[in-house]
Design a protein around this ligand. Structure first.
Ligand code: AMP
Ligand code: ZN
Length: 122
């Protein structure tokens, strides 16, 4: 989609630090991280948010979660713990309207964790 930041990242029209990519999914570091590990996981196809999932495109949710496990392993948070967050709609804090999950490493009780919850889990 023409004016979508994440589509531009997929098309390499905008720079990003890619941490995972396959034919359906891409993951890159959040430009404004709120935790030491803060990755954005997206389907390569443009879907605005969960409201736009249909029977024909919903398989991307499985693709995203499979990728999330691999990314967590790669970034060393699989055993320690990480959080997958999806914001759907403006009131939920969605600012980029291309379906995405925040994949964030967590440290129990750490300041990073608290900041993350405040910003993304109102
Ligand atoms: P949300 O508020 O759930 O829509 O999350 C959007 C996320 O995308 C925010 O955490 C932003 O920091 C992140 N973001 C926006 N633009 C970029 C970009 N060009 N590269 C990487 N992350 C981005
Ligand atoms: Zn898009």
């Amino acid at each position: 989609m023409q004016d979508c930041v994440f589509c531009k990242i997929v098309e390499r029209q905008l720079p990003s630090t890619v941490v995972y990519e396959d034919d359906k999914v891409m993951a890159f570091n959040d430009i404004n991280p709120v935790a030491p590990v803060h990755v954005i996981i997206i389907p390569k196809a443009h879907i605005a948010n969960v409201n736009e999932l249909t029977e024909s495109n919903a398989s991307v949710m499985g693709d995203i979660h499979l990728a999330a496990g691999k990314i967590a392993e790669k970034l060393g948070v699989a055993d320690k713990g990480y959080r997958l967050i999806n914001n759907c709609g403006a009131d939920a804090g969605q600012t980029v309207f291309h379906l995405h999950y925040h994949d964030s490493g967590c440290q129990a009780g750490a300041e990073d964790n608290l900041r993350y919850q405040k910003r993304l889990c109102y």
